[in-house]
Structure formats: structure tokens, C-alpha cells
Design a protein around this ligand. Structure first.
Ligand code: SF4
Length: 109
């Protein structure tokens, strides 16, 4: 479903049927975080989901005010791989256990 920021996100839920206006982020809600519409604008989750759909990677989200963002509220993401049992520094790429990098390309002549 499209978020208020206009991006597709599997965690966004909106119900506008017959005058209803219910919106929520089910990922933040499931982790006890308070969602507001402005968070979708800078949230990295849609890009992470597009880049890496690994079933073993679990995302932990918090809402915070990082110094670099000049104290604006942001969705901060931490990732953990349940297969390799380690933190994932770059969730877009993954831990490298299942899909090792760099890829080996074979050139046939
Ligand atoms: S805050 Fe992030 S995860 Fe939640 S609905 Fe918005 S874009 Fe999706």
C-alpha cells in the first residue's frame, strides 16, 4: 500500500472506506513505537525491502532524533540475521552468508 509519502510499503495500512481515515504503520506498531505520517517521508524501510528480501534478516525499528538529521524524528533501523546469528550493518546488502560478495561472473568465449 502507498504511504502518505507516496512510496509502496508493505507495513503501511490505510482504511479510507466510507469516510474512515485509519492509518498506521504495522511495523512500528508491532515494536511498540509511535507512528506519525511524517516518518514515512524519510523512512529507509521501503528501500531496504526492495533491495533485500532475505527471510532470515529481522529488522528492529525505533523512532529517534539523530544528530545528523537536525533533531527531526526518524525511523532508525537495526538488522539481525537469524541464520548467521550476527548483526547486519547494511540491511540493503545483508550479512553475506547466503549471497556472498563479490559475485563471480564467468565470461564464456
Ligand atoms: S514508517 Fe516506514 S515502515 Fe512504517 S509505513 Fe512508513 S515507510 Fe513503511
Amino acid at each position: 500500500m502507498k504511504t502518505p509519502a507516496g512510496r509502496e510499503c508493505e507495513h503501511f495500512y490505510g482504511d479510507y472506506f466510507r469516510g474512515r481515515n485509519v492509518e498506521e504503520c504495522r511495523l512500528l506498531k508491532s515494536q511498540g513505537q509511535e507512528w506519525t505520517r511524517d516518518l514515512c517521508k524519510t523512512c529507509p524501510i521501503p528501500e531496504i525491502a526492495r533491495a533485500n528480501s532475505c527471510q532470515y534478516m529481522k529488522l528492529k525499528v525505533t523512532v529517534g532524533r539523530p544528530l545528523a538529521a537536525m533533531f527531526q524524528r526518524r525511523v532508525l533501523v537495526g538488522a539481525f540475521c537469524e541464520k548467521s546469528n550476527r548483526n547486519v550493518n547494511e540491511p540493503q546488502i545483508g550479512c553475506g552468508e547466503c549471497h556472498s560478495l563479490p559475485f563471480n561472473f564467468e565470461v564464456k568465449e
